[in-house]
Design a protein around this ligand. Structure first.
Ligand SMILES: Nc1ncnc2c1ncn2[C@@H]1O[C@H](COP(=O)(O)OP(=O)(O)O)[C@@H](O)[C@H]1O
Ligand SMILES: O=C(CO)[C@@H](O)[C@H](O)COP(=O)(O)O
Length: 466
């Protein structure tokens, strides 16, 4: 039984799973935390990966590995392979003005035609434009631009700054895949090519971009360990879940995302749905919110309870939280595109100002943003038959029951697992065997749709004030 490993280098942590390549059964796992903040030294991801690999018992008996990671983060490298500055992450909104500039210069419709997306602060191109204008000396030094999974894959293969890596700073050895490249806003998911003019427009000059590998194509080999192409984390989750037509995935981690695997590309000129590529050769229309699991963390902290306690409180409330509504834009918001917004709590009366109603309002507000996202994905022609609920907060019973009340389709909760890392393991199994593994994913809970229109009606009223 060969073993393969998958990695999820996500916003808050690094997770490694080691699985049986024949069955997909989990054999060992490890994890390590990432630093807080929206600008992070990539070295911290590398250290966390080492810790997580060690926690998973090492890779000595592992035949192949592949790294999925948080999307969009800007890793700027100089000629010597040094990281020029802390990576700006997908949830760093300082480039919101740069996004507006790029849209003014190119046009939203033209961006969608060329890249499948309309720039928002999350996308790499806007971070490069911010760098060009805010830190021109740093921008001038940029010789290559990579994404988190590209950089980790390169380091894993032995490349890196001279003196700190066995193979040195060979920038031509940087690799990526379609799914992550499609989150840069200078790549076309339909042609599979970079749009160099858009890169130069953003950064001010050309730079090395990672070679785009196909699904099942190895990035290289370290000794006997084959290194797979890697992926953006959402595309990784789609692989790990084996998501097929009719499935819509809702992931509630640091980001909230709603996405589906589609045979044709999606081009949404409003920019609400990002027309990403997936990691299997087709497409991944996706809506992302900035405010997801951390909304519950914050409100649980405020109420002085843990996650289970938050669910217990919410269960004492009712659909609509007695009129209390939380619009949860604690970190600004990406969808809708309100990077400078703050959260708002409305509908407070003496009767609704209770701990249970506040707990319930937090869960409802966080999920309503994703329900709006599902509507947008459906408007692009996706027809979900079921919703697959994953990510840290999907484990929460209040999230599960409220999701069934909001989304209008049956909610399936897969057996708790690290599905992004499992997607990496699927890629590792794919490069090892030369074909995509077909591992079974079990369902832990199935909830029938239980529509409670009051929740979305009152949320829509509160949100319209923004
Ligand atoms: N039972 C739970 N209820 C609500 N939130 C949870 C629960 N378990 C974990 N979380 C939250 O989920 C988040 C981590 O989820 P994860 O999908 O790993 O995020 P990411 O991939 O962005 O790092 C953290 O904010 C954590 O506090
Ligand atoms: O920006 C997006 C998708 O476009 C986010 O989904 C990031 O990819 C971060 O993922 P998590 O760390 O929240 O899983």
């Amino acid at each position: 039984m060969p073993l393969v490993a998958g990695v999820d280098s996500s916003t808050q942590s690094c997770k490694v799973v080691i699985v049986d390549a024949d069955s997909g059964a989990l054999v060992r796992s490890g994890r390590a935390t990432h630093p807080d903040g929206t600008a992070v030294p990539p070295a911290a991801w590398w250290d966390a990966l080492q810790t997580a690999i060690a926690g998973a018992g090492g890779l000595d008996d592992v035949a192949a590995i592949s790294v999925a990671g948080q999307q969009h983060g800007m890793v700027a490298l100089d000629e010597q392979g040094n990281v020029i500055r802390d990576a700006l992450l997908w949830n760093d909104t300082r480039s919101a003005g740069a996004a507006r500039q790029l849209i003014e210069e190119v046009g939203a419709a033209e961006y969608v035609r060329r890249t499948g997306v309309v720039p928002v602060a999350s996308f790499t191109a806007t971070k490069l434009r911010w760098l060009r204008d805010a830190e021109p000396d740093n921008a001038a030094r940029v010789a290559a631009v990579a994404l988190p999974h590209d950089w980790l894959t390169w380091r894993l293969r032995g490349f890196g700054p001279a003196g700190q890596s066995p193979l040195g700073p060979d920038l031509a050895e940087l690799t990526t895949d379609r799914s992550d490249a499609s989150g840069t806003a200078y790549f076309s998911p339909t042609t599979g090519d970079y749009d160099r003019e858009l890169l130069v427009r953003a950064l001010g000059h050309d730079a090395v971009l990672p070679r785009v590998l196909g699904p099942g194509e190895a990035a290289g080999q370290v000794g006997s360990l084959i290194v797979g192409p890697g992926a953006g984390d959402n595309a990784g989750a789609a692989l790990g879940l084996g998501a097929a037509e009719g499935d819509c995935v809702v992931s509630i981690g640091t980001s909230g995302t709603v996405f589906a695997v589609t045979p044709e590309p999606v081009r949404d000129a409003t920019g609400t749905v990002a027309g990403f590529a997936d990691a299997s050769g087709v497409f991944l229309p996706l809506v992302a919110t900035l405010n997801a699991a951390r909304v519950l963390d914050a409100i649980a902290g405020l109420l002085g309870v843990d996650h289970a306690g938050l669910a217990e409180l919410a269960a004492q409330s009712q659909p609509g939280a007695h009129g209390a509504v939380l619009v949860p834009y604690f970190e600004g918001e990406r969808t809708p595109n309100l990077p400078d917004a703050t959260a708002g709590l409305t509908g407070l009366t003496l009767a609704s100002t209770t701990r249970p109603h506040l707990a319930r309002a937090a869960v409802e507000g966080m999920l309503c943003g994703l329900a709006d996202g599902l509507d947008a994905v459906i408007a692009q022609g996706v027809q979900p038959r079921r919703l697959l609920l994953i990510g840290g907060a999907a484990l929460n019973p209040a999230v599960q029951t409220t999701a069934a009340q909001l989304f209008g389709v049956p909610v399936h909760v897969p057996t708790p697992g690290e599905y992004v890392a499992m997607g990496g393991a699927v890629q590792a199994g794919w490069v090892l065997a030369g074909r995509r593994p077909a591992w079974v994913v079990d369902t832990a809970a199935e909830l029938a749709a239980d529509p409670q229109p009051v929740i979305r009606e009152q949320y829509a009223r509160a949100r319209s004030a923004y």
